[in-house]
Design a protein around this ligand. Structure first.
Ligand code: ADP
Length: 163
């Protein structure tokens, strides 16, 4: 069984993430969406909340959601994964992702990093953009699934500081 990991912060999940997860689920027997707990400084949602939001919108049967606070290659070893799947939006993602892929390759040569190009309609979409638009009162229904729309909106609006 070929297992792949889709790692990220998912703070919160967007249609861009879901597109990559669903496409990865067509390529591999099992996909683990891994909410990493050590990368971001100031998350809007706790790790448990991010997992719950993902569970609400990921529909594929061969996709599991898990969390990890450590080196991705260690999780890959323990889960038997053969690949990491990442989405590439633009050249701006490339340098960082290339560096990460090479680092992971040197730590675990048998683990491949597979890049899927972002769907053109989601090229500009990121969790931080969703949070910014929502905080400023914009409509995020084109960016996040209906299942989590209200929860994301309430949390983002709760963040507004009147100063
Ligand atoms: P991180 O904080 O580690 O960058 P993210 O949650 O922002 O994690 O993203 C996780 C993964 O999803 C990354 O591979 C990223 O490139 C990919 N991704 C995020 N948004 C999109 C999008 N709109 N289209 C395609 N891939 C995306």
């Amino acid at each position: 069984m070929k297992i792949a990991i889709c790692p990220g912060s998912f703070d919160p999940a967007t249609y861009g993430h879901l597109d990559i997860i669903e496409r990865a689920a067509q390529l591999f027997d099992k996909v683990i969406v891994l909410v990493m707990t050590n990368s971001e400084k100031n998350p809007l949602f706790t790790v448990d909340e991010r997992v719950r939001l993902l569970e609400k919108c990921v529909k594929k049967k061969n996709v599991e959601i898990d969390t990890y606070k450590g080196l991705l290659v260690d999780y890959a070893k323990k889960s038997g994964a053969v690949a990491i799947v990442k989405g590439l939006r633009a050249m701006s993602d490339f340098d960082y992702e290339f560096q990460q892929a090479l680092t992971n390759k040197s730590l675990m040569p048998e683990l491949e990093t597979v890049f899927l190009t972002a769907k053109n309609t989601y090229m500009f979409l990121s969790s931080s953009m969703v949070k910014e638009v929502c905080r400023l009162g914009g409509d995020i229904s084109r960016f996040v699934p209906a299942e989590i729309h209200d929860e994301v909106t309430i949390r983002c609006k709760g963040e507004i500081k009147n100063d």
